[in-house]
Design a protein around this ligand. Structure first.
Ligand code: 13P
Length: 252
């Protein structure tokens, strides 16, 4: 089953207008100069920088995504952003259920599922994040934690076109401690096996499952080459044009 890898940059809460413009323009320029690149590229800046980023990548194959959205279409939700507004300012993807949101904002699986359903309704691709903590891994709960989060967070109507899964072991995020290829493949294969039960073998076989957590230019190729790893969700290394581009080249 061939799946086109997705290389997604999660900028988190980093950058000001000038940095974001330069970063987005730099990535767009590289992408335009490499029409044969075999992966899709996505950048996910903080909300106020989405318009800046969308303008900077216009005319290039680089897509733009948000880092969260609200489950409701509109209304009295101060500080929140709707999926339809993300779409309106040029997004085609949205990251949902990142472990930092699950921790910082106590997001639950059912909230992530509702947000993902709002994203699908607005015509966005939902990137649904799951992952175990170090304590859960040490307790031998890795597969159960991930399959349980997947069951609880997957939107109704999920298919390979509208949903991407991101496996991000919490202990690997921003720590420089990357999952070994064996660790990553074991969890990715378990996620795909669970997807087969949830959405059927055909869609599960086509759905992309990204790895995230200290993915860097020097470890990306061996992770992305794994049978069930279909790209990366990259934090720190997505903030430098050359590092992000090196990862893209490792994928494509
Ligand atoms: P790092 O690549 O900085 O470890 O972050 C990973 C991540 O959380 C991407 O969503």
């Amino acid at each position: 089953m061939s799946r086109i890898p997705l290389i997604a940059g999660n900028w988190k809460m980093n950058g000001l207008v000038a940095d974001a413009t330069a970063l987005a323009q730099g990535i767009a320029a590289k992408a335009k100069a490499a029409p044969a690149l075999g992966c899709q590229l996505l950048i996910c800046p903080p909300f106020p920088l989405l318009g800046v980023a969308a303008t900077a990548v216009a005319g290039s194959p680089v897509a733009v995504g948000g880092q969260d959205c609200h489950a409701k279409v509109s209304g009295a939700h101060t500080g929140d952003t709707s999926a339809s507004l993300l779409k309106d300012v040029g997004c085609s993807y949205v990251i949902l259920g990142h472990s930092e949101r699950r921790t910082d904002h106590a997001e639950t699986d059912s909230q992530v599922k509702a947000k993902a359903e709002a994203a699908l309704a607005a015509g966005l691709v939902a990137i649904v994040c799951i992952g175990e903590t170090l304590a859960q891994r040490d307790a031998g709960q890795t597969i159960e934690v991930n399959t349980s989060q997947l069951r609880g967070s997957l939107p109704a109507g999920a298919n390979a076109e509208n949903t991407v899964i991101a496996y991000e072991p919490v202990w690997a995020i921003g720590t420089g401690r990357v999952a070994t290829p064996d660790q990553a493949q074991e969890v990715h294969a378990a996620i795909r096996a669970e997807l087969i039960k949830l959405i059927g073998a055909d869609e599960a076989g086509k759905m992309r499952i990204l790895y995230g957590g200290s993915m860097k230019p020097d470890n990306a190729a061996q992770l992305i080459a794994l049978p069930d790893v279909d790209g990366g969700l990259i934090g720190g290394a997505s903030l430098k044009v050359d590092d992000f581009w090196a990862i893209a080249q490792a994928a494509g």
